[in-house]
Structures are given as C-alpha cells and as structure tokens.
Design a binder for this molecule. Structure first.
Ligand code: NAP
Length: 271
C-alpha cells in the first residue's frame, strides 16, 4: 500500500466535489486508491463524478447531496460518514461575493461566512477529534491568494480566506503531535466555473490562469510537508512580495487593477 494511502486513506471527504478544484481533488485521490465521500448540492454532477471515478479506479465513491448553508451541515457530514474510516478531510467548497461591500445584502455576506468560514471550521473541529482517535490523518483547506491581503470588491471573500489561512496554520502546529497533518492551499486564478462567473477580464490582470488539476496535485503533495502552499511561481512571488512592503500597498494595487479589469460595475453577488 502506498504511503499516502496508509496515512490519509481509506476514505477522504471532499466538499465542493461536484466541480472545479474539488472534482480535481477527488480524481487525484482516486488515482491514489482512496475512496471518496463527495459532498455538494448538485445530485446529477455528484452522480456523474461517482460513475466516472468508479469506472476508472478501484475505489468507491459515496455521495452526500447537501447544502452546506444548512445549519449544522458539518454535523450531518460527520453523522453520514460514521460508518467509514475517514483519514482525510478536504474543506474545499466556497462561494464568492463581489462588488461593493456597502451595496450587497447582509444575507449574502452572512451566507458567504457560513460557507467559507463556519462550515470549514465546524468540519475541521469535528474531524480533528475523530482523526486524533485514530492517530493519523490530514485536513486540507482551500483558501485563496486573495486571503493574503484585503481585496477591494471582494472584501468579505478575501477576509474569509484569510481566516482559513490563520486557522490552518494554528491547527498545523496543534495537531502535529497527534499525527494529523494540516495544510492550507491558496490558489490564484483557476479555470473553474467560479472564476468563469467572476465579472473580471483576467486578461487585463498580470496573473496566470491555473488548471484545477495542478492546484489539487500541489495541495495533496504539500500535505505533511507544509502548513501553507501557493501553487505557481508568480502567485508565490506575489505572496512573498507582500511581506516586504507595507500591508496596505497590495490592497491598493489590487483595488486599482480590479477597478480597471471589471467587466461591468453592476453589484453582482453570490455566484
Ligand atoms: N477558481 C478560482 O480562481 C479560485 C481561486 C482561489 C480559491 N478558490 C477556491 O476554491 C474552492 C473551490 O472553488 P472552484 O473554483 O472549484 O469553484 P466551483 O467549480 O464553482 O466549485 C465550487 C464547489 O462548491 C460547491 N458548493 C457551492 N455552494 C455550495 C453549497 N451551498 N453547499 C454545498 N456545496 C456548495 C459547488 O457544488 P454545488 O454547486 O453542486 O453545490 C462546487 O462543487 C472555493 O473555496 C474557492 O473559493 C477558487
């Protein structure tokens, strides 16, 4: 049995598995011989993922069609996986609001916090306890390069992703003595439905587009080695560069760039 499977198998939970980066995580894990608990709302996409993975690899896929906005969604995931031995939890699902914070609704901003902050926190809390009992395992959070500074027009989104970076760093140290590896991956602009729906002309932004397969591969490779990881040299350089300059500079620069690259100035929230 390979080392990865021994430590993080036999089952992994992936939230947001129905598309984009979560789907790529599921496919990479299946290649490594790990069974998947795929969580998302879209039943049809989950069913397709299940048959695609089970047809190609000798693993099982259990699907949980669940709106993570529901109160105690993480508790439900815990209950629905009580019959399988989970070694890895990937808190990947997230949503993005964009536009002027002062003009969005509190319902939309609170929904974002439920999906991007409370959900991953509660899931990691439940599984930190479970993984501790088995003495090995991993937790992987999907944050964002936007989490490394405040980002105008994505204010609550960037703040929610900063939370995950801080939570993951702390848990990396806290859980290490119990054999649990915690990593936060912070992708840049990645070719997924979420990015496609963002009203920004990314050609006007000096950032490369990445593929979800690369992001998933880098995240899984970093487990057990790094507390935080940023895929891609340019994205890494941007994050490292932030440390050398006053905190507000990258925020001002991103405000200018996003203002320039916005496709329209409608206040559109909730992709
Ligand atoms: N794409 C980028 O450029 C980029 C960059 C940095 C970070 N990220 C982060 O990467 C993560 C994955 O995003 P992605 O780019 O792969 O986007 P995506 O393709 O739109 O995937 C989002 C996933 O989250 C699920 N999801 C959304 N709302 C949900 C809800 N209420 N309940 C349950 N599941 C829900 C979606 O499934 P259903 O619709 O079926 O529920 C889908 O599987 C997010 O945390 C995002 O913030 C993305």
């Amino acid at each position: 049995m390979n080392e990865f499977k021994t430590k993080y198998g036999p089952w992994a939970i992936v939230t947001g598995a129905s598309s984009g980066i979560g789907k790529a995580f599921s496919e990479h894990l299946a290649k490594k011989g790990i069974n998947i608990v795929a969580v998302a709302r879209n039943k049809e996409n989950l069913r397709k993922l299940q048959s695609c993975i089970e047809d190609q690899y000798a693993v099982k896929v259990k699907t949980i069609a669940l709106d993570l906005y529901e109160p105690n969604a993480a508790v439900k995931i815990g209950e629905l996986t009580s019959d399988v031995d989970v070694g890895l939890v990937i808190a990947n699902a997230g949503i993005q609001n964009h536009g002027l914070f002062s003009e969005s609704t509190d319902v939309d901003e609170l929904k974002l916090l439920a999906l991007n902050v409370s959900g991953p926190m509660q899931l990691s809390h439940i599984f930190a306890k479970r993984l501790k009992l088995r003495g090995k395992g991993g937790i992987l959070f999907t944050s964002s390069g936007f989490g490394y500074q405040g980002v105008p027009y994505f204010a609550n989104y960037s703040a929610s992703k900063a939370y995950l970076i801080t939570l993951g760093e702390a848990l990396n140290v806290e859980l290490k003595p119990y054999g649990i590896d915690v990593t936060v991956i912070s992708p840049g602009y990645t070719n997924t439905p979420m990015a496609e729906g963002t009203p920004i002309d990314f050609n006007k932004m000096p950032i490369p587009q990445q593929q979800p397969e690369l992001v998933a591969r880098v995240g899984l490779h970093a487990l057990g080695k790094k507390a935080t990881v940023v895929p891609g040299l340019i994205n890494k350089a941007l994050v490292w560069g932030n440390r050398l300059i006053p905190r507000i500079w990258p925020t001002k620069l991103l405000g200018l760039l996003i203002g320039y690259a916005r496709i329209d100035d409608r206040v559109d929230v909730n992709l």
